[in-house]
Design a protein around this ligand. Sequence first.
Ligand code: PLP
Length: 440
Amino acid sequence: MDIQFDRHHIWHPYTSTINPLPCYPVSHANGVMIHLEDGQQLIDGMSSWWSAIHGYNHPKLNQAAHQQIDKMSHIMFGGLTHDPAIALCKNILDLVPSNLEHVFLADSGSVSVEVALKMALQYWYGKEAKQRATSNTPLRSKFLTLEHGYHGDTFAAMSVTDPNNSMHQMYKGFLPEHIFAQSPPHAQRQDGKWPEFDRNDVIDFEQKIIQHHQQLAAVILEPIVQGAGGMRIYHPQFLQAVRRLCDHYDVLLIVDEIATGFGRTGKLFACEHAQIQPDILCIGKALTSGYMTLAATITSNKVADGVCSSDAGCFMHGPTFMANPLACAVATASLDLIKTGAWQQQVLGIEHIFEQKLPELMQNDKVKFVRWLGAIGVVETHIAVNLENIQAHFVKHGVWIRPFGKLIYIMPPYISAADHIVQLIQAIESALCDDACFQK
Ligand SMILES: *Cc1c(COP(=O)(O)O)cnc(C)c1O
């Protein structure tokens, strides 16, 4: 592989072109194993960033892709439709909360968030038409969200992502400013039970919604697990309180399940932990089990009707590759696997191992917290990792784990065997004992 070309000409996620960290050349992947060009095999602990839930090179998913590509790989979605999109949207509506009825297929998670935000704005634009004509009341154009959240890297998605993590100061004047409430503290279930909820944890959010609700188009948040903004797990009663406050103050609730959707947290969707229904739902990542990029924004009838009864009369968004048939066919096959229900035992099995093994890591001085939910395991350290060294350490130990900052976390494919999970945790344990894996 021409690694030198890659190093000199190709941007990788969140890296510098001036001084890029090394990248490991992959030749292929199968099941939970990533095969490097030099013949080394790594147990995957990342599911390619939450996506490859059924593992790599899956016969059923491959078959779906092969069958579809022989018919058509892509066709425009304006004025045309096709079975792969219809089958997929039927499957999606079977699985998501029952109040949701209209699916907008987008080409990435960030785009599905952009679409959700646009829909919320346009919903109020329609409702406020009369008001606009008669008064100067400010339009509902703000979003309320949580600190430590992550909703994507495009501009509107970034504007509701944690200001520090997404470096808002660099885009000042260009980025709309929204409202951030304190994110709730960590909550760790023990023996399947959540700890008691402290009502005080929702006060900041409550005050902000009281103060700003007349300008708020929507609240947007990640349910129960905040992913890339800090790998935080919070109490379902916080989410219930958010739903109640949104109802009370007539604010839409956008739930971003792009990371948590399709079983990752032990429920099909994380909002089921709180038994709430969103007005708008974003899904992505695991939708195609990591085969290709596809996401969706799904709304209730109320929202869809509101969006389209505005002056515009329609929703002004239509990506070129909307409802790409190849991606839809693979996603349908992935959701068929989800529908067998096998994921439940798989995720529970992974969670049991986390429950047994992760607390042992607390004995290491470098560890500040461990936490887990479903097939998500997190080790938070006191000092940030040295990414280059810890990456090399993990590869030497035959695993693929990619930490950031003070967070070493794993979210393995659901098909992982118990032994794979144990080996991932052992590799973390050995890294914790190697000072070179951490910053000075
Ligand atoms: C990854 C992620 C996104 C962005 O999805 P992309 O496909 O990377 O654009 C948005 N929200 C959450 C919660 C995510 O984890």
